[in-house]
Design a protein around this ligand. Structure first.
Ligand code: PRP
Ligand code: URA
Length: 206
């Protein structure tokens, strides 16, 4: 399965503080921003570049810049919103779409409540959602962006459960997943163990 786990001492440090139940929402938001910035850099390693003729103070040269097409980032609401700003901060051209999905507390199945996407035909999408638990939300979001024409999508999350990664591979084989942590398992209520609890609630203090 193409699951890439972020391997950096700073990522480990940030994840530890995100997991810590005493971390308050304001700090949690800052940490979510920081880890998402590291993930944004990692996940976009292979985006297209093109040569641009420039002149340094000493001589002309051809040097690489990001290719003209804007990067497309789609957060799964609501928790995914906490991962968008690092992408918009570092990429000069970025289009942001939104997919709203909410897990039913009893069944853990996702329910769709919102969708607003830029043109996706032929485009590669970076789908961002901090938690990959059963994989139900990611699978549905991947189907939605593909129905809107995306040819390909990369999933970027902060904590993933093995069950979720298997589910994504089953329904969307070959999807690349970038995560800051690959955890042990899901509990009976489909929460990730050891995990960090409900990301959306901790992000927004609800
Ligand atoms: C969380 C999380 C994912 C989903 C993961 O969202 O942000 O979208 O659960 O679970 P799954 O892999 O089992 O589908 P939630 O439904 O709690 O909504 P929220 O972002 O509004 O808090
Ligand atoms: N959603 C979360 O926010 N946390 C989990 O552990 C599982 C789903």
């Amino acid at each position: 399965m193409p699951v890439h786990v972020l391997d950096h001492p700073l990522a480990a440090h940030i994840i530890t503080h995100l997991r810590d139940k005493t971390t308050k929402p304001a700090t949690f938001r800052t940490l979510a921003y920081q880890i998402s910035l590291l993930l944004a850099i990692e996940a976009t390693q292979r985006i297209e570049t093109e040569l641009k003729p420039i002149e340094t103070p000493l001589e002309p040269m051809q040097s690489r810049v990001l290719a003209h097409q804007p990067l497309i980032v789609v957060p799964i609401l609501r928790a995914g919103l906490g991962m968008v700003q690092p992408f918009t901060d570092i990429f000069p051209d970025v289009s942001v779409g939104y997919v709203g999905l909410e897990r039913d507390h009893e069944t853990a199945k996702p329910r769709s409540y919102y969708c607003k996407l830029p043109p996706l035909a032929g485009r590669h999408v970076f789908l961002v959602d901090p938690m990959l638990a059963t994989g139900g939300s990611a699978v549905q979001a991947l189907s939605i962006v593909k129905e809107h024409g995306a040819t390909d999508a990369t999933l970027v999350c902060i904590v993933a459960a093995p069950e979720g990664a298997v589910e994504v591979e089953k329904h969307h084989p070959g999807t690349v997943i970038h995560t800051a942590a690959l955890d042990r398992e899901l509990n009976a209520r489909k929460y990730i163990l050891p995990g960090l609890g409900d990301f959306g609630d901790r992000l927004y203090g609800t």
